[in-house]
Design a protein around this ligand. Sequence first.
Ligand code: PEP
Ligand code: MN
Length: 338
Amino acid sequence: MIIVLKPEATKAEVDAILARIASQGLKPLHLPGTEKIVLGAIGDERVLVKLGLEALPYVERVVPILEPYKLAGRQYRAENTVVRVGSVAIGGERPIVIAGPCAIESREQLLATARAVKAAGADLLRGGAYKPRTSPYSFQGLEEEGLKLLEEARAETGLGVVTEVVDPHDVDKVSRSADMLQIGARNMQNFALLKEAGRARKPVLLKRGMSATLEELLMSAEYLLVEGNTDVVLCERGIKTFSSATRNTLDLSIVPLVKSKSHLPIIVDPSHATGIRALVLPMSLAAIAAGADGLIIEVHATPETAQCDGMQQLTPPQFKELMAEVRRLYPVLSVRRS
Ligand code: PEP
Ligand code: MN
């Protein structure tokens, strides 16, 4: 960390800061200049955050050198993390696909969709039992009944299930039914929920908030990791931009960037990123080409009857085609990924 002091800082003030740096176990540096006084701290500067040095009247600027995240960073762990959900390895040799309806609407709808995605080769089943909806008048999900239906779909198909938890008080309950907890875009910075999910003994799929930076996404992952949950998978699901052509703007460049800065796997959700069924296949292929560790795709047995996100949910034949295209593309890229 570099600390730039205002020229009027006195020797006593300089010494006070140097002493505070040393008190945290870091090596203080003093680089007096003619125009500015520059101090440095050598060591893991992140412990200095709590000192609040930037608030001192004689401090002009504090410039961190290290990334603010620690456990999520490549410096902490050089090799890729592989997250296991049952027998499915996310971040391993090949990209995985999570598929299923936006929301669980009925037993028939969930089971028909689960059978279809299983037959097409999906690795895990998704389905929302608790739906965070923009409008309080929209369908909010079947809640506990939905969790039971997910258990039934798992028993029948053998697919592990991924479902969203929206309330910290529900983490235990959802963990009992789910194989992987999903934290949605709207809750990426719900820190109480992150702490609770960090204590859960289930892998977490952490979706990027629609206005979150890469650093904010990794800091949210840090909340899970610091609580002891190391099974964290990130998900790019589109961000808000000026463009209204698609529901969100798929920010694919974050995939290789996350991979360079973090050891955590990252998957892509082209369904919520585009909101348009016809764009899900091409954006899925683009995501895999960019190095994503997998996809999460909304599929509905009859999208025309869907209670939410009907425009973006694939039909079973469309999903089958997507799986075939992904399988065709991936081997071509495998040399680059090794
Ligand atoms: C979802 O995947 O069900 C969902 C609500 O997505 P997001 O949180 O990305 O909006
Ligand atoms: Mn949806």
